[in-house]
Ligand binder design. Structure first.
Ligand SMILES: Cc1cc2nc3c(=O)[nH]c(=O)nc-3n(C[C@H](O)[C@H](O)[C@H](O)COP(=O)(O)OP(=O)(O)OC[C@H]3O[C@@H](n4cnc5c(N)ncnc54)[C@H](O)[C@@H]3O)c2cc1C
Length: 655
C-alpha cells in the first residue's frame, strides 16, 4: 500500500518549527509507506521540549487518519495511559466526550474552528492542551490511501466500485464529492446543461446582470453544507457569516435582531426585547414560548399553529415573529407545518448556539458556487454528463443499469438525486415482485408530498436607493428583501464597476453600472433588488403584473425613496415546486436512502435527511446515500459533519 500527501498543515506554529513538522510528517509518511510501525514518540526526539506535545498531536492525528483510512482501529491507548490528563483536556478542547474515550475521533473535524497558538510550557496540563491544538492543526487527511491498487470489492478485477449519480443538484454533488473522497469511482448525470438544480437557477435582468433566480440563504447550523463548501474550495465565494437580521415592521420601523453576548439560549433575549414594534407583553410571551419550545419534544404530527395556540401566542406575536420566520424557512404558514419542523428552525437554528443563526449568502450567485464544486469534481476525474437525461435506473442483485439517450450503462451502485416528482418515473423494476410493489408505494407517496411555491420579484430602478443589503419584511407579501450583488464580469456590466456611494451598510456591492452606447458619460448606475415570496401558493392566483404592483407599492410604503428612484423593469421568477412542505405527518413519507434497494439509493432534500427542504437537507441526503453504499460494502463510515455544539447553559436549562 502506498501513501500520498494530502491536506496541508494549518499554521499555529512558529515558522522554524513549522518547517520541522513538515519534515517530521514526511519522515512519518516514509516510515508508514515502508510498512514501519515506529511509535510516534520516536519522531519527537528532535523537537524542543515546550512544543513536543503539540507536535505529538499533529502526528497522532495523522496516525489516526491514516489508520482509519486503511480500515484499522488505531490502538493508541498506550500513549494516553502515559498522560491520563489528556482525556479531560481533549474532552474540553474538542467539546465531545467521545474524543476522550476514543482518540480515533481526532480524525473527525475538531469542533473548534480557530486554532490557538500552542503555549510553550512544560507543565503537563499545558502540554495536554497543546496536544489538542496540534491535533487540530492538521486539517483533513494528509496521509491518504492510494486506492488504485486495491482489490475489487465488486465490479471488474482490481477496480473500486463504480457509482452513478443521477442529478447534479446539491444532493447529487454532495454524494459525488463524498464518494470520490471514499475512493469510489463516480460518474454524474445531469439532465440540464448546468449542474445546480433548484439552487443553481439564474435569471438575466434588464441590465444584463445575471443573478440567482431566487437568492438562497444558508445558516451557521448548516454544518454539512458549509463543510462541503470548505472541502471544495468555495469558502471565498460566500459572504462572511452575518448575525444581524433587520426586521422591518409594517410601519417601516427597522429592528435589528442579533445575538447578544449572553450565553445561549439567553443570547436572543436582548434582540427580542429590541423589537420595539411589538408590545412588551408580546415580546415576553414570545421569549417564554421559545424556551418552552426548546424543552418540548418535536411533534411531527401536530401543526405549529396548534402548538402556538396551546402556548397562548397572540395574533401580534404570530404575525410579527413566528409567521415570517416559519414561512421563509419552511415555505408555508404555521397551520401547514409541523411543530417538529418549526422547532428545528427556532431551536436548532436560533436558540442552541450563537453561531447557528448566522446568515451566509453567495457573494455573487449560488450558481457560481455550484460551478466551482463541479470543477472540483472534474479535477478528481469525475465524468460529468451534462444535458443527459437518465430515462430509467433498473437495479438488480449486482448493480444498476442506467438508460440514457446513448444506450445502457451498468454500474455497481446508483444514487438517484432527482426531485420527488421525478423519481417515480426514473426507478424501474421490470418484473412483478414484492420489492417492486414496495418501491412503487414508497415513490407514489413521495410524489404526493405537499409542495410550496416560491417566487422572487426582481426589480430594477434607475437609481440605487436601499439602505440595507437585506431585510425581513413583516406582514407583507414577500418575506425577504435583498439588494443584488453585482457581478462585474456579467455581460452588459461595465468593467468600471464600483459599489454605490451609499454602500456603508452593505456586505456586498449592490448596484451595477450598465454600459451605455459606448460613451463613458452615458453609463448609468441602476439599483437591482429582489423580494422573495415563500409560500406564494397561499396568495391565490396572482399574475406577474399584480405581484409586481403589490411588491412595488409595499416597498414604496416602507421606503419612500423607492417610489422616487425611477422604476425601470420587473421580472418575476416562480418555482411551482420549490420545496416540499414540512406538513404534519410528512416525515412518514420521506424514505431513507436504502428504502427501496441496496444498489439504488435515494437522495434529495425530500428524503429522510432529518432536515427540511434546504441545501443542508440535500447535502445530508447525498452523504447518507454514500454512507449506505459503504455500509453495503462492509465499510462503516459516518460522513455527516457534527452539529454545532450546544452551549453549556442551554444544556443545563433546556436539556
Ligand atoms: C425558489 C427557491 C428558493 C429556495 N431558497 C432556499 C434557501 O434560501 N435556502 C435553502 O437552503 N434552500 C432553499 N431552497 C431549497 C433548495 O434549493 C433545495 O432544497 C435544494 O437545492 C435541493 O437540492 P436537490 O439536489 O435535492 O434537488 P434539485 O436541486 O432539484 O436537483 C435535482 C437535479 O436532478 C436533475 N434531474 C432530474 N431528473 C433527472 C434525470 N432523469 N436525469 C438526470 N438528471 C435529472 C435536475 O435537473 C436537477 O439538477 C429554495 C428552492 C427554491 C426553488
Amino acid at each position: 500500500m502506498s501513501l500520498s500527501s494530502g491536506a496541508p498543515l494549518a499554521d499555529p506554529f512558529p515558522p522554524e518549527l513549522r518547517e520541522q513538522i513538515e519534515e517530521l510528517l514526511d519522515a512519518f509518511e516514509r516510515d508508514r509507506q515502508a510498512g514501519g510501525k515506529a511509535p510516534i514518540t520516536t519522531f519527537l526526539e528532535s523537537v524542543p521540549s515546550p512544543w513536543r506535545a503539540a507536535v505529538f498531536g499533529v502526528l497522532l492525528r495523522a496516525e489516526c487518519e491514516y489508520l482509519a483510512d486503511i480500515g484499522r482501529v488505531p490502538d493508541i491507548s498506550a500513549y494516553f495511559d502515559r498522560y491520563p490528563e489528556f482525556h479531560a483536556i481533549l474532552r474540553e478542547e474538542f467539546r465531545c466526550a467521545e474524543a476522550a474515550r476514543d482518540p480515533c475521533l481526532l480524525s473527525a473535524r475538531p469542533c473548534r474552528d480557530e486554532i490557538d497558538q500552542p503555549r510553550p510550557s512544560s507543565t503537563e496540563s499545558a502540554a495536554a492542551a497543546n496536544l489538542a491544538v496540534g491535533a487540530g492543526a492538521l486539517r483533513g487527511t494528509r496521509l491518504r490511501r492510494d486506492t488504485s491498487a486495491e482489490p475489487t470489492l465488486c465490479g471488474g478485477a482490481g477496480e473500486s466500485p463504480r457509482i452513478a449519480i443521477v442529478g447534479g443538484g446539491w444532493a447529487g454533488l454532495a454524494a459525488a464529492v463524498a464518494a470520490v473522497e471514499q475512493g469510489l469511482r463516480v460518474e454524474l448525470f445531469e439532465a440540464r446543461s448546468r449542474c445546480g438544480g433548484r439552487a443553481g437557477l439564474t435569471i438575466s435582468l434588464a441590465s444584463g446582470l445575471e443573478v440567482d433566480f431566487c437568492r438562497h440563504l444558508s445558516l451557521g447550523c448548516c454544518t454539512n453544507w458549509l463543510d462541503l463548501i470548505a472541502r471544495t474550495g468555495c469558502t471565498e465565494l460566500l459572504s462572511p457569516p452575518e448575525g444581524t437580521y433587520r426586521f422591518v415592521s409594517p410601519a417601516g420601523q427597522v429592528c435589528r435582531f442579533r445575538a447578544g453576548r449572553l450565553p445561549p439560549p439567553l443570547h436572543l433575549w436582548p434582540a427580542l426585547f429590541s423589537r420595539t414594534d411589538l408590545s412588551f407583553s408580546t415580546r415576553w410571551s414570545i421569549g417564554s414560548a421559545l424556551m418552552r419550545l426548546a424543552r418540548s419534544p418535536g411533534r411531527s404530527e401536530q401543526s405549529f399553529a396548534a402548538w402556538l395556540a396551546e402556548h397562548g401566542q397572540t395574533p401580534q406575536a404570530i404575525a410579527g415573529f413566528w409567521t415570517p420566520v416559519v414561512i421563509s424557512a419552511l415555505g408555508d404558514d404555521i397551520e401547514h407545518v409541523s411543530q417538529a419542523a418549526a422547532r428545528q428552525v427556532f431551536v436548532d437554528g436560533l436558540l442552541a448556539s450563537a453561531e447557528a443563526g448566522r446568515m451566509v449568502f453567495a457573494r455573487r450567485t449560488m450558481s457560481e458556487v455550484i460551478q466551482t464544486v463541479v470543477r472540483w469534481l472534474e479535477t478528481k476525474n469525475v465524468p460529468i454528463h451534462h444535458g443527459t437525461v437518465v430515462q430509467s435506473a433498473q437495479p438488480d442483485e449486482t448493480g444498476v443499469v442506467l438508460r440514457t439517450g446513448s444506450g445502457d450503462k451498468r454500474f455497481d451502485y446508483a444514487v438517484s438525486a432527482v426531485p420527488w416528482w421525478q423519481v417515480e418515473k426514473l426507478v424501474c423494476f421490470p418484473s412483478p415482485s414484492a420489492e417492486r410493489e414496495k418501491a412503487r408505494a414508497i415513490l407514489r407517496r413521495a410524489a404526493e408530498l405537499p409542495v410550496g411555491t416560491v417566487a422572487a420579484v426582481h426589480l430594477t430602478y434607475r437609481r440605487h436607493w436601499a439602505r440595507a443589503a437585506h431585510a425581513v419584511l413583516i406582514d407583507r407579501v414577500g418575506q425577504w428583501f435583498f439588494a443584488e450583488a453585482a457581478d462585474p464580469a456579467a455581460p452588459g456590466v461595465s468593467a468600471a464597476f464600483a459599489p454605490p456611494a451609499q454602500s456603508v451598510e452593505y456586505s456586498v456591492p449592490s448596484s451595477c453600472i450598465v454600459a451605455g452606447r459606448g460613451e463613458e458619460s452615458s453609463r448609468k448606475r441602476v439599483g437591482c433588488y429582489q423580494v422573495v415570496i415563500s409560500g406564494l401558493h397561499r396568495l391565490g392566483d396572482l399574475s406577474d403584473a399584480e405581484l409586481t404592483a403589490k411588491v412595488r407599492s409595499e416597498l414604496a410604503a416602507i421606503w419612500p425613496e423607492a417610489a422616487e428612484a425611477g422604476f425601470l423593469d420587473a421580472r418575476v421568477a416562480r418555482h411551482q415546486r420549490a420545496v416540499f412542505v414540512m406538513a404534519p405527518g410528512v416525515d412518514r413519507d420521506r424514505p431513507k436512502a436504502a428504502a427501496i434497494n441496496d444498489r439504488l439509493l435515494l437522495a434529495g432534500d425530500w428524503t429522510d435527511s432529518g432536515w427540511p427542504a434546504t441545501m443542508e437537507g440535500a447535502v445530508r441526503s447525498g452523504r447518507l446515500a454514500v454512507e449506505a453504499i459503504l455500509g453495503h460494502l462492509g465499510r462503516t463510515a459516518s460522513l455527516l459533519s457534527p452539529e454545532l455544539p450546544r452551549g453549556l447553559l442551554f444544556r443545563l436549562l433546556l436539556g
